[in-house]
Design a protein around this ligand. Sequence first.
Ligand SMILES: NC(=O)c1ccc[n+]([C@@H]2O[C@H](COP(=O)([O-])OP(=O)(O)OC[C@H]3O[C@@H](n4cnc5c(N)ncnc54)[C@H](O)[C@@H]3O)[C@@H](O)[C@H]2O)c1
Length: 368
Amino acid sequence: MFNRKRPVTVGVIGAGNISPIYLQADSKFSALRITQVADLDMGRAAALAKRFGKQAVTVEELLANPEIEIVVNLTPPEAHAAVAMQALEAGKHVYNEKPLAVEREDAQALLAMARMRGLRVGCAPDTFLGGGYQTCRALIDAGAIGRPVFAAARMLSSGPEHWHPNPHFFYKRGAGPLFDIGPYYLTALVALLGMASRAVAMARITHAERIITSQPCYGQRIPVEVPTLVIGTLEFGAGVLANLIVTFDAPAMYDAALTIYGTDGVLQCPDPNTFGGPVRLLRKGKKEWEDVPIAHRWVENARGIGVAEMAEAIRKGRPHRAGTELAYHVLDLMHALSEAANEGRCVNVSSTCDRPEPLPAEWDGSLS
Ligand SMILES: NC(=O)c1ccc[n+]([C@@H]2O[C@H](COP(=O)([O-])OP(=O)(O)OC[C@H]3O[C@@H](n4cnc5c(N)ncnc54)[C@H](O)[C@@H]3O)[C@@H](O)[C@H]2O)c1
């Protein structure tokens, strides 16, 4: 008989830089059981599998394994759509790292295939499910800042060529600060404010090439194919305006901020690329900021929470939160900002999505 409490079996494709944190997800979330790891580079898959007590297999073997229910796709952006499509064709649910795909058409094809086969597509980021952003969500829903009026968000960094071992993909189509880091900010904004309907933007390639200072590619040059400075404005539901600055051009720094200004107060949200706080509130008429206690679980690095929540949703037959429409809408917003910048016009956004439901404060990552 089908057991609704049986952990969902997961196979991971892509054994690169981000994979170790995902390989630990089943030690935090009992809804998951990660059994196999695959990569085009079998040496990488073998090393990762050995480190975390999993089995290294080829992509084909993983997809042919009838036990695997969810494929977690941790390949670079340019491979997201093809690998996800292979997984869906093999009858697996799929959870992609961000962005959902590079092109809208590829993402639409994934969604159509998933719908046809009755399968789930989930997508990172899942940081909005962390304690920090769930606390922000509860404050907004409780009216702590009144009606949201505008938001300001920024991610200023000097670029991943200074820390990532294989940073070439960050300067290709499907990445750059907008498609690589933008998903954290846009997902957080949509999760708090609802969907957006219009975009304007300007964007620049500041340096034609980047010089790698991380190992093992130290000294190599990367030609830059995508803007490394994007400044945009989006109109969210009920006319809320949000300004977004994302760049890899800020020398020697990392600055991350997302602030929401309402009729009755200001909410300083945490770095959207993290799970915890701080959350700070300035109420109308007050001079002092309040540090708001985080009243939700999952404040440490909980990458994989979106997969676990999707696993529970599969078992219970309800929608998952790091969901298909949300991920597609965020991809659509990034393309809208790019088109607005390229064409010097205001771009209407046609995709829609609901705000994901808040995560219960005590959700423990199990199937209970
Ligand atoms: N590195 C980070 O800190 C970080 C953080 C959050 C999200 N991400 C996202 O995770 C994804 C992977 O990033 P990364 O930094 O781990 O990249 P990476 O380059 O370190 O690793 C990617 C791995 O995928 C493998 N691969 C490529 N194409 C494949 C295919 N078709 N089939 C099987 N394996 C394939 C490569 O051999 C490589 O081992 C990206 O979408 C990135 O945006 C990365």
